[in-house]
Design a binder for this molecule. Structure first.
Ligand SMILES: Cc1ncc(COP(=O)(O)O)c(C=O)c1O
Length: 372
C-alpha cells in the first residue's frame, strides 16, 4: 500500500492510497489471487475428494500426483493466463492458454515461461473465451479443467471462485488502511474488464453491516467499455463494435454473467479513459516510484478524470471526494510489456525513484479527453 501525499495535495483530497499489485506470489498482477483459488476449488470439485490437509504447494502437488494427468485451460489477455499457468506448473498440471490477436510478445513469452502452451487467436477476448471453452468441452476424458475469469449460462462456479479470490486484496487493504490510520475509504477506484474484480469490490464494500459506504468507481477503456454500455442500456450486452486499447486486461466485449448483478447494482460510477490518459497515468505513477503497466495505471487515469477537468466539482461532490476524503486506487498490474513501458515512460522500472517526502511529486494531469 503506497501513501501518495503529493498527488493527494494536487487533487485536493485528504489522502490517496495506492494498492500496488505489481508483485503477487512472484507474478506481476493481482490475477494470481483469483487463478490460484479458482484452480484449487475446481480441482476439488473435479476430483470430488478432499485435498486437505496440505502445508504448501509442494505438499498439495504430492497429493494431486495420483490423479494426474490433468490440465488447465484458460483464455487470457496475459495476466490471468500467466497466473493459471504458474499454479498449474506448481501443481504438476499441463496448461493451455488462448490469447487474443495482438497480444504482446513479452506477455506470450511470460505464459510460455510458466510451461504452458499459448495459442494466439484471430479475434478478441470473447473469441479466446469461446475457444478455451470448446477445448475443455472437446476433452471427453474429463481431464481438462476450464479456469475462466468470465462466466456465462451454465459456467458459473469457477468464475465465482476467481472473484472470491480477489477479495483477499480488499481484506488486506482494510488492514493496511487501518494500520495507516486511514480507516474506511471515501472512494475506491477499480479497473473493469469483465467485472470480476469490480464484483469482488462490491461484495466487500457493500457487505451488510458495514458502516459508512465508500463510493465505488469502475474504470474502463473507451472503445471496450462493455460494463458502461451495459449499464446505460440497463441490461448485460456484448459490444457491437470494439476498439482494443493498450489497457489489454480491460479489452473485454461482454460483462461476466455472475459479475453483472453485483457491478450493475453496486458501482457508484463508471469512467471511460483513453489510451493517452492511461499513458499519462503510467508516467505520473512512475514519478511516484510506482512501475504500473498500461492496465495497472487505468484506475489512476480514471481518478485523474474524476477530480480534474470540466464538471469535476459536481463529480467530487457526488462521490464525496472532498479535502478530507481518503481515496483507495488499485494499481492491478506491474510491467508486463517492458518494451511498451519504456516507450511510454522513457525509463526502465529499475530506474524509478520515489520523490522525497513532502514534495509535490506528480506531473500535471493531462486534459480530459472526449471519452471522459
Ligand atoms: C491487470 C488487470 N487489471 C484489471 C483487470 C480487470 O479484471 P476483470 O476482468 O475482472 O474486470 C484485468 C483483467 O484481466 C487485469 O489483467
Amino acid at each position: 500500500m503506497r501513501d501518495l501525499p503529493g498527488p493527494a495535495e494536487r487533487m485536493g483530497v485528504g489522502r490517496v492510497l495506492l494498492k500496488d499489485e505489481s508483485s503477487r506470489f512472484g507474478l506481476p498482477s493481482f490475477k494470481a489471487l483469483g487463478a490460484s483459488w479458482a484452480l484449487y476449488r475446481a480441482l476439488h470439485a473435479h476430483l470430488g475428494t478432499d485435498l486437505e490437509p496440505w502445508a504448501d504447494l509442494a505438499d498439495l502437488a504430492a497429493r494431486l500426483r495420483p490423479h494426474l494427468p490433468l490440465r488447465a485451460v484458460a483464455a487470457s489477455d496475459g495476466n490471468h493466463g500467466r497466473a493459471v499457468a504458474a499454479f498449474a506448473r506448481h501443481l504438476g498440471l499441463g496448461c493451455l492458454v488462448f490469447v487474443p490477436a495482438g497480444t504482446a510478445a513479452a506477455r506470450i513469452a511470460a505464459i510460455e515461461g510458466e510451461g504452458a502452451a499459448c495459442t494466439v487467436l484471430d479475434g478478441g477476448y470473447d473469441a479466446a473465451v469461446e475457444r478455451s471453452a470448446a477445448e475443455a468441452e472437446a476433452d471427453r476424458s474429463g481431464r481438462t479443467l476450464l479456469v475462466s475469469d468470465t462466466s456465462w449460462e451454465g459456467y458459473e462456479d469457477v468464475p465465482c471462485w476467481v472473484s472470491e479470490g480477489y477479495l483477499t486484496m480488499f481484506c488486506e487493504a482494510d488492514e493496511q488502511l487501518e494500520a495507516l490510520g486511514a480507516g474506511q475509504p471515501a472512494a475506491v477506484v477499480v479497473p473493469v474488464g469483465v467485472g470480476a474484480l469490480a464484483a469482488a469490490a462490491v461484495r466487500h464494500y457493500r457487505r451488510p453491516g458495514l458502516g459508512r459506504l465508500s463510493a465505488l468507481v469502475g474504470v474502463e477503456p473507451v472503445g471496450a467499455d462493455c460494463v458502461g454500455q451495459s449499464m446505460r442500456a440497463g441490461e448485460r450486452l456484448s459490444l457491437a463494435s470494439y476498439r482494443p486499447s493498450i489497457m489489454v486486461g480491460l479489452n473485454c466485449e461482454t460483462p461476466s454473467l455472475v459479475a453483472w448483478p453485483l457491478v450493475s447494482a453496486g458501482l457508484s460510477a463508471l469512467v471511460a479513459v483513453e489510451d493517452a490518459e492511461a499513458e499519462a497515468a503510467m508516467r505520473t505513477l512512475a514519478s511516484e516510484g510506482v512501475a504500473a503497466g498500461e492496465t495497472g495505471a487505468a484506475a489512476w487515469a480514471g481518478l485523474e478524470l474524476l477530480v480534474g477537468g470540466p464538471g469535476s466539482r459536481a463529480r467530487r461532490s457526488a462521490l464525496g471526494l472532498g479535502p478530507e476524503a481518503t481515496v483507495l486506487v488499485l494499481c492491478t498490474e506491474g510491467v508486463t510489456d517492458p518494451a511498451g513501458y519504456l516507450r511510454v515512460v522513457g525509463r526502465e522500472p529499475a530506474q524509478l525513484t520515489a520523490p522525497a517526502a513532502g514534495k509535490l511529486g506528480a506531473a500535471a494531469p493531462e486534459p480530459a479527453g472526449p471519452g471522459s
